[in-house]
Ligand binder design. Structure first.
Ligand SMILES: *Cc1c(COP(=O)(O)O)cnc(C)c1O
Ligand SMILES: [Zn+2]
Length: 445
């Protein structure tokens, strides 16, 4: 479709459109977040069935940039970027893991894990970052003066921003809460040459400073209040429905911190329905760590009020956020998708992750939060046995080996490691080894 254009608009419905190449993150009238809007009149000229065929044809092929599962849906994501300005690492197309054994153990027959950790930098953040950094490259090519792109991060956003900036040859600046990210999450931005600022505060503290820095300098803000990221992230809904031959699942469980991802998930489903690609919605379950649970508390009072909390330390560091920027968007989505919010303690999230690992997964702690919530809902019968359930696994377990090692050594605070496994020291001779094997086989009986 030629000449298609998307624009920013206030989520509260204030009048006025803003161009995507304008440096703007909030509504100038009411200060609410903006969202990217698309020209649905034009998009609907193509029937839903044809959109499916177009997306299907491009999926994971090599016609630049459409092989990326995000850019394969370019018309409904960000048509404003010229193909030569797309900064892509072939995002999306992550596999669905059929958790057959784990599902049976927790009382579900049709459980799937969407492995978003199999993206380029090891988390779903790549899906959104490709859109944001591409738009920055587009703006620079049009003559806009941007010195650098910055974000506050709990680890994965900065890894992703740093990688995409390195691909594009742009300067990244990342603000990290000191000693609160994993080793892998710290080394990723360093390896990509990002200016890595380690601040003696938490994520919410980093967020305040990065906003001030961006508003007073020619530095573009890459946090998820910038709704360009949501446009890329929403393709996760489209991709997983596509992977089920365009059949909509019954439940989707997703861990939530800043709540951009749950907003994006809802936006993807709404878009597909508007375009006539699907005719029903799944129920969406947002899972929070008990240590950082403002959305859960709001859910308990029917979303009548929302109060930020002071986030406490959690193993699920990427969702250690007390004042989520996208809470209003997320609440809107949860109301529309008959949503549920559940929480998980440190003990529950760590043991849920480890239990699923025993069945062949290799989970990050955030996926552990989602799995712990799932276990509770299945046990209570809130999710019926025959429902098709998708858990969004947000990051690759290999980024969180500090967590895994601590679990199996039994050193995690507040966690009783029910599934710990340790190396067995054995003398280097046949009988000792055989005895060790027999003991192990015996204990499985
Ligand atoms: C960012 C992140 C989340 C939370 O996503 P939000 O959009 O902030 O709710 C969850 N898990 C991982 C691994 C993340 O990196
Ligand atoms: Zn407004």
């Amino acid at each position: 479709m030629e000449g298609l254009k998307a624009w920013f608009q206030c989520i509260q419905g204030c009048e006025g459109r803003h161009e995507l190449n304008e440096i703007i993150y909030r509504c100038p009238k009411c200060d609410s977040l903006l969202e990217v809007c698309h020209d649905f009149e034009r998009l609907k000229e193509r029937p839903g069935q044809e959109w499916k065929e177009v997306f299907e044809r491009r999926y994971r092929r090599s016609d630049w940039p459409y092989g990326s599962s995000v850019w394969g849906k370019k018309e409904v994501v960000c048509p404003n970027v010229d193909n030569e300005n797309v900064v892509s690492t072939y995002e999306g197309g992550s596999n669905l893991f059929w958790a057959e054994r784990f599902g049976k153990e927790i009382g579900l027959d049709d459980l799937w894990i969407k492995q978003c950790g199999n993206n380029h930098t090891g988390s779903f953040k790549d899906l959104g970052m490709t859109v944001l950094v591409s738009m920055v490259k587009q703006m620079i090519s049009e003559g806009t003066d941007i010195l650098a792109v910055a974000c506050a991060s709990t680890g994965d956003t900065s890894a992703s921003l740093a990688a995409y900036c390195a691909v594009a040859g742009l300067q990244a600046i990342v603000f990290l809460p000191r000693n609160k990210v994993s080793t892998a999450q710290l080394i990723q931005p360093l390896a990509h040459g990002a200016l890595t600022l380690s601040l003696d505060t938490d994520f919410d503290g980093c967020m305040e400073i990065v906003q001030e820095v961006c508003s007073k300098n020619k530095i573009y803000l890459a946090n998820s209040m910038n709704s360009l990221r949501i446009e890329g992230q929403k393709t996760i809904s489209m991709e997983l429905v596509q992977q089920f031959e365009w059949e909509v699942p019954d439940y989707i469980i997703i861990p939530g911190g800043n709540l951009g991802n749950v907003s994006a998930l809802g936006k993807g489903f709404s878009l597909m329905k508007d375009l006539g690609m699907i005719n029903k919605f799944p129920r969406i379950v947002c899972a929070q760590a008990e240590a950082a649970n403002p959305l859960y508390l709001s859910y308990l009072n029917g979303f009548k009020e929302f109060h930020p909390v002071k986030a406490k330390t959690t193993l699920a560091n990427a969702i250690q956020i007390g004042n989520p920027v996208s809470c209003q968007k997320a609440i809107k989505v949860l109301k529309e998708f008959n949503g549920i919010v559940e929480q998980a303690s440190e003990d529950e999230l760590a043991n849920a992750a480890a239990w699923a690992d025993r069945n062949g997964l290799f989970n990050c702690p955030h996926t552990g939060v989602a799995l712990a919530a799932l276990i509770k809902l299945a046990k209570r019968g809130e999710i019926p046995r025959n429902a098709r359930v998708i858990v969004i696994s947000t990051a690759n377990g290999l980024k969180f080996t500090d967590f895994q090692v601590g679990y199996h050594q039994g050193t995690l605070a507040g966690v009783k490691s029910l599934h710990a496994n340790q190396p067995v020291d054995v003398a280097a001779n046949y009988t000792s080894v055989r005895d060790a094997i027999l003991r192990a086989v015996d204990s499985r009986k």
